[in-house]
Ligand binder design. Sequence first.
Ligand SMILES: Cc1ncc(COP(=O)(O)O)c(C=O)c1O
Length: 362
Amino acid sequence: MVDVAVNAMTDWASHGSNANTGGYFDAANRCDALLDSTRSVLGDFLGADSSGICLGANMTTMTFAFTRAIAQTLKPGDRIVGTRLDHDANISPWRIACETAGAEHLLAPFDPQTGRLDMVALEELINERTKWVAVTGASNLIGTMPDLKAIIALAHKHGARVFVDAVHLTPHQPINIRELGCDVLATSPYKWYGPHAGVMYIDPELLESLPIAKVRPASNTGPRKFETGTPNFECIAAVQAAARFLIEETMERIVTSEQAIFAPLLEGLLATPGVTVWGPHDLVARTPTVSFTVDSLTPDRVAQELAAKKIAVWSGDSYAMEVVAQLGLTNSGGVVRAGVARYVDENDVKHLLSTIRGLVSR
Ligand SMILES: Cc1ncc(COP(=O)(O)O)c(C=O)c1O
């Protein structure tokens, strides 16, 4: 977490004047004001109408709540289209909603060579029965960024709505929901230097009409309709601070600096004999995240060797189990995933590459 977010959380918890929403006294008013100002800052950060900004525990929990509501709007024969590039948090909630409603759930493949979403296959799946297209803004495993604008236009042409999982996209690219035109977008502040929390933009008109499970006294309108129970105010204070940090920093600057640090990482891995890079081999339409395997070592083993050198990488499928399955790597332990974030520098990249070269030459 960035220090301004840590401080915002501590300040909120320690200022001694916080309670809950909906009261007539100062501490209650401050809670209302915190929710309002956070929605407003997130609206600025994501280019969205702040009256659609909902706050919650994390993307997965919020997506399940959302798709439970959607399940009630589906009929047998309806179709939901997803992609195999997606994290399972944007697949299983839809799969379960379809099972509940007797609807169809179909996933568009990606090209295992290039890691790019197969747009022809996607187009073939979207028809007049399609109610939702659930697509990732970027693969958390191989970094591919599908062409969201084209997908949203295609879905809307057929009368389908679009749910974008922007959890992996948000820390690496500017997002403007108004320009994108998606109906729902989910993101997780802990991926962008904030606290463990979730944020979901839901088109305000859609939000009004959704049959969301709620307790009777809770609001029947606006984001509070979707935000069950007492908000996690201290976390929300930190979410707002993290968003302010990124607005000030500018995502454009982050993109430029991350790409400069990532390019030698990708190049270095591609040039190392005994290393296979999965997903795109170029820098086009991708995040600074790369997955690879090392000949004759399991991904877990590689991650352990790197951890011993103080290099933190993930191994396995990182919940992108469809990606790993389509790459044919399920039975061999998936991949090793390394990524560049705001605090990673060129020395970190050099250290990672020299450690990998040492492993390969053993
Ligand atoms: C692309 C993507 N979607 C969804 C999730 C799930 O997010 P959360 O941990 O907030 O539930 C993750 C988490 O890693 C992710 O990378």
